[in-house]
Design a protein around this ligand. Structure first.
Ligand code: NAD
Length: 473
C-alpha cells in the first residue's frame, strides 16, 4: 500500500523552517510574528480578448516586507501558480535579500497561465494588461516594488512591463528601474541572465574552500571530478550545470526534465544538450545519453552533488529516504519540503539552502537597479583610467627588471574592468561573504548544526536590526 504523507503547504513549510531558527534565537513572539507575516497580497482578475473571445486571468503580487524599499522578487507565469506559493516565495525573498545584504524588502508575483498555449502577441497583450493592474494598485514602481523574471518569464516580459510603466509615468526619470532582468539594450545589465546559475557556482566554490564543511558532507578535495545530478535545464539549471562542468571539472551524470531524464556516467556535455533541446524541443532524442521516462526517480541516483533547479517540493517525505547524495544545493526555491529536510539531516546529507544558494539573481538585479537609477553603465568612468595605470605599471616593471612581459600578462595587468567583470566580481564577493557569515552563525550557536537554520538566524538577526533602526519595535 502506498504511504500517504501529510506535508505542510509550501508557505507553512517555509514558516516552520523560520520557526525553527527563531526558537534557537529565543526571539520574542511579537517580533517573530511581525517578521513572518506577509504585509499585503494583491489578487487581480482581468479580462483579455484572445482570438475573439474574452478570457479572464488571475494573478497575484505579494509584498512580504517593506522594511527596505523597493520590495523585490520575480513574477512567475505557470498553470499551477497560486496565492500560497506566491506568499511563500515572497517570504523567501525577504530572507534572501537580507542574507546577501541587498537592501530590499521581499515580494513575489504569479500569473495563472500556461504560456505555451498563447502566441507571442497574445502574451504581450496579457503581460501589458497584468502590468497595468499592478501599477494601478501600487504594486509596481522603481521605488516601491520591482519585479524580475522567474519561471515562465524572461527579458521579453520585463521589457513589456517597463514599457507599460513608461507610458503611464512618462515623467518618472527612473522608469527603467521599475523591473530588472531586462535586455541589455533596454536598460538591463551584463550578466543578469546567467546570474542565478553563476551564483550557484560561486556558492559551491565557497563551500569547497572550507575543507571541514566538505568533510562534514563526507567528501574531500575540490569540485574537480565530483559527480552531479541536476533537475531542470531552464535558466538556472542550464547556467549552473554549464559553468560547473566547463570551469570546475564537475561531471554532470544526469539531467532531469519534466518528461524524463538523461543519464551518462561519463558526463553530459551541457552546451551540446542545450543546443539539442533548442533544436528539437526536448531532451528525449539526445543521442549521447540514455533516456529514461521515470524522470523523478533519477533524483535518487547516487552522486556527490544533487542540484534541484526546477520547482518547489521535489524532495519530499516520500522520496527523501532514498536520496543518495552527499550535498544538495538548492538552486530552485523550496525544492526540499520541511519534512524531507528533517529526514535528510538525519541521513547526514548537507544542504546549501535556497535563500542563499540562488541569491545570485537578486544580487545582480540589485546591480541593475543601481545602474538604472544612477543612469550610468558600471565601470564607464574608471575603465580607461585603470587601463592607463596598468599600462604604466607594466612599463615600470619592465624597466626595473629589464625583461619584457608576455603579451598575455601585459594585457591582464593593463585591462580595465568592464561591466561584466564588475558584476561577476560583485557577485562572487557577495556569495563568499554571505556563506562565511552563515558558517560563523552555525559555529557560534551550539544548537545549530545545519546551514539552513544558520542562514535563517543570520538573516532574521539582520531583519530585526533594521526593524529596530526604523522604529517599528
Ligand atoms: P525556467 O522556467 O527557466 O526553468 C525551469 C526548468 O525546469 C524548465 O526547463 C522546465 O522544463 C523544468 N521542469 C519543470 N517541471 C519539472 C519537473 N517536474 N521535473 C523536472 N524539470 C522540470 O525557470 P528558472 O528561472 O530556471 O527557475 C527555476 C527555479 O529557480 C525556480 O524555483 C525559481 O523560483 C528559482 N529561481 C530562479 C531565479 C532566476 O533568476 N530565474 C532566481 C532565483 C530562483
Amino acid at each position: 500500500m502506498t504511504k500517504v504523507f501529510n506535508e505542510p503547504s509550501f508557505r507553512d513549510g517555509v514558516n516552520l523552517m523560520v520557526d525553527r531558527a527563531m526558537a534557537v534565537m529565543g526571539l520574542d513572539d511579537g517580533v517573530a510574528k511581525a517578521i513572518k507575516s506577509c504585509n499585503a497580497t494583491l489578487q487581480v482578475q482581468f479580462p483579455v480578448k484572445i482570438r475573439g473571445k474574452i478570457e479572464v486571468f488571475t494573478g497575484w503580487r505579494a509584498t512580504h516586507s517593506t522594511h527596505r524599499l523597493p520590495s523585490k522578487g520575480g513574477i512567475r507565469y505557470a498553470p499551477y501558480a497560486n496565492q500560497d506559493e506566491v506568499e511563500a516565495l515572497a517570504a523567501l525573498m525577504t530572507y534572501k535579500c537580507a542574507i546577501v545584504d541587498v537592501p530590499f524588502g521581499g515580494s513575489k508575483g504569479g500569473l495563472l497561465i500556461d504560456p505555451s498555449q498563447y502566441s507571442r502577441d497574445e502574451m504581450e497583450l496579457i503581460t501589458r494588461r497584468f502590468t497595468l493592474e499592478l501599477i494601478r494598485k501600487g504594486f509596481l514602481s522603481p521605488s516601491t516594488n520591482v519585479p524580475a523574471p522567474d519561471i515562465g518569464t524572461g527579458q521579453r516580459e520585463m521589457s513589456w512591463m517597463a514599457d507599460t510603466y513608461k507610458h503611464l509615468h512618462p515623467d518618472d526619470i527612473n522608469y527603467i528601474a521599475c523591473v530588472t532582468g531586462k535586455p541589455v539594450h533596454h536598460g538591463g545589465i551584463q550578466g543578469r541572465v546567467e546570474a542565478t546559475g553563476r551564483g550557484v557556482q560561486y556558492a559551491l566554490r565557497e563551500f569547497f574552500r572550507h575543507s571541514d564543511d566538505v568533510k562534514n558532507a563526507n567528501m574531500a578535495g575540490s569540485l574537480d571530478g565530483k559527480t552531479c545530478v541536476i533537475q531542470g535545464l531552464g535558466n538556472v539549471g542550464y547556467h549552473a550545470a554549464k559553468f560547473l562542468s566547463e570551469e570546475d571539472g564537475v561531471i554532470i551524470t544526469a539531467v532531469i526534465e519534466y518528461n524524463g531524464a538523461l543519464i551518462n556516467d561519463e558526463g553530459i556535455d551541457i552546451e551540446q544538450l542545450k543546443q539539442h533541446v533548442d533544436e528539437h524541443g526536448g531532451i528525449q532524442t539526445y543521442p549521447c545519453a540514455e533516456f529514461v521516462e521515470e524522470g523523478n526517480a533519477v533524483l535518487e541516483k547516487e552522486c556527490d552533488i544533487l542540484l534541484p533547479a526546477a520547482l518547489e517540493s521535489q524532495i519530499t517525505m516520500e522520496n527523501a529516504d532514498r536520496i543518495n547524495t552527499k550535498l544538495i544545493v538548492e538552486a530552485a526555491n523550496g525544492p526540499v519540503t520541511f519534512g524531507a529536510d528533517e529526514i535528510l539531516r538525519k541521513k547526514g546529507i548537507v544542504i546549501i539552502p535556497d535563500a542563499y544558494a540562488n541569491a545570485g539573481g537578486v544580487t545582480v538585479s540589485y546591480f541593475e537597479w543601481i545602474r538604472n537609477i544612477s543612469h550610468i553603465r558600471l565601470g564607464r568612468m574608471q575603465r580607461r583610467h585603470d587601463a592607463m595605470r596598468g599600462e604604466e605599471m607594466s612599463r615600470v616593471l619592465e624597466e626595473a627588471t629589464g625583461r619584457a612581459m608576455s603579451e598575455k600578462i601585459r594585457n591582464n595587468i593593463s585591462r580595465g574592468a568592464d561591466e561584466l567583470d564588475l558584476v561577476r566580481s560583485g557577485l562572487d564577493d557577495t556569495m563568499r561573504l554571505a556563506y562565511q557569515e552563515i558558517r560563523v552563525t552555525r559555529d557560534n550557536h551550539e544548537n545549530i548544526s545545519d546551514l539552513r537554520t544558520a542562514m535563517y538566524v543570520t538573516s532574521i538577526e539582520k531583519i530585526s536590526r533594521s526593524y529596530i533602526e526604523v522604529g517599528v519595535f
